[in-house]
Design a protein around this ligand. Structure first.
Ligand code: AMP
Ligand code: TRP
Length: 346
């Protein structure tokens, strides 16, 4: 995956041009059947790490390979006002008018992030509404994300329901598709009480997809564990070792119990070398593929532009529908009225 700063939404892929099907069975009890559509996004800050990969991106690839209709985006908050994406900000505003400040203030990601700054930017507060606009604009039915996004997804469902109740069926109620809970949140290698994150200052806290074998070895060696030497899986009492075992398990498909059994007799220092070797081996093909893509910026640009063009057709359709339902669409009749009144003024 290539992360490019500068555009709010780069569409990476839009599989199958299946159209959205709305089936109206009867006028009184309208039943809508939405075609599956998968939508997800990743922020463009920093480099993708194992938490992103196992928490979300691996699922994206699975769903794409299963032939689902998918749209994956790079969510670039820095340029939300660029003209390519007016539908996102317009729908964000519309949805913002349907929710309350109290509701947004209760969202855990907002609480966590706002606690770290003295002055809370408005953008932090409104962020989940923008995320709702991203998803609803494409009438997505499924949203593969990491477990930390589930509260944001609850807001999206809430907004879709409010909108549908007020203006008639417009959006499917999207479902979060979250990885198995035991592996849903990889921890920082430097502080296993925190999640592995792109925004953590210390790069040794995460293994990035593009890390070289030497980087991986160094980071595994420096991973914070504890003073017990044997290898046991106890996420509560031994979160550092459990995190390494989880990574090992994710890459090999082995059970944590099997891993512990295979490594009886090793101390944590030696086990770190075993984990490093597993990661080096499994990550190498991915790293090489990323390098190959990075050497072809024109191709990447082409894919992004092609995807953005396809996505913008859907976004424009949805926005027109929303605008009309909300009463913002100036139709031909009202346009003529404006012209008449303009003449009168002159
Ligand atoms: P972000 O890095 O915040 O743009 O996250 C992109 C995707 O990766 C989101 O669906 C997150 O929920 C997921 N994610 C980020 N960090 C982790 C982690 N440490 N463990 C599992 N999933 C994660
Ligand atoms: N909030 C997501 C994150 O922090 C990124 C994101 C933005 C997203 N818009 C989205 C994810 C729409 C899924 C769907 O990782």
């Amino acid at each position: 995956m290539v992360l490019t700063v500068g555009r709010r939404l780069h569409i990476l892929n839009e599989y199958s041009s299946r159209c959205l099907k709305q089936v109206r069975r009867s006028h009184a009890t309208e039943t809508f059947k939405w075609s599956h559509r998968v939508f997800s996004g990743i922020q463009p800050t920093g480099s993708m790490h194992l938490g992103n990969y196992f928490g979300a991106v691996q699922k994206w690839v699975e769903m794409q390979n299963a032939g689902e209709s998918v749209i994956y985006s790079i969510a670039d908050l820095h340029s939300i006002t660029l003209p390519q994406i007016p539908e996102h900000t317009q729908l964000c505003w519309t949805l913002g008018c349907l929710t309350t400040m109290a509701r947004l203030a209760h969202i855990p990601t907002y609480k966590e992030k706002s606690a770290t700054v003295k002055e809370v930017p408005l953008g932090l507060y409104v962020y989940p509404v923008l995320q709702a606009a991203d998803i609803l604009l494409y009438r997505a039915t499924h949203v593969p994300v990491g477990e930390d996004q589930t509260h944001n997804l609850e807001l999206v469902q809430h907004l879709a329901k409010i909108f549908n109740n007020r203006y008639g069926h417009t959006f499917p109620i999207p479902k979060a598709v979250v990885a198995d809970s035991s592996i849903s949140r990889l921890k920082s290698l430097r502080d296993p009480s925190k999640k592995m994150s792109k925004s953590e200052q210390d790069p040794k806290s995460r293994i990035e997809i593009t890390d070289t074998p030497d980087d991986i070895l160094e980071k595994c060696k420096k991973a914070l564990t504890d003073f017990t030497s044997e290898i046991t899986f106890d996420p509560e009492k031994r979160p550092g070792v459990a995190n390494l075992i989880t990574i090992h398990s994710l890459f090999t498909g082995l059970d944590p119990a099997e891993i512990c059994e295979q490594n009886i007799g090793l101390d944590t220092g030696r086990y770190k070398l075993v984990v490093a070797e597993v990661i080096q081996e499994k990550l190498e093909p991915l790293r090489q593929q990323v390098q190959q893509y990075m050497s072809e910026p024109q191709y990447i640009e082409e894919v992004l532009n092609r995807g953005a063009d396809k996505a913008s057709v859907i976004a424009q359709q949805t926005w027109l529908d929303v605008k009309t339902k909300v009463g913002l669409q100036i139709n031909e009749g009202s346009y003529r009225c404006l012209q008449v009144s303009e003449k009168r003024v002159m």
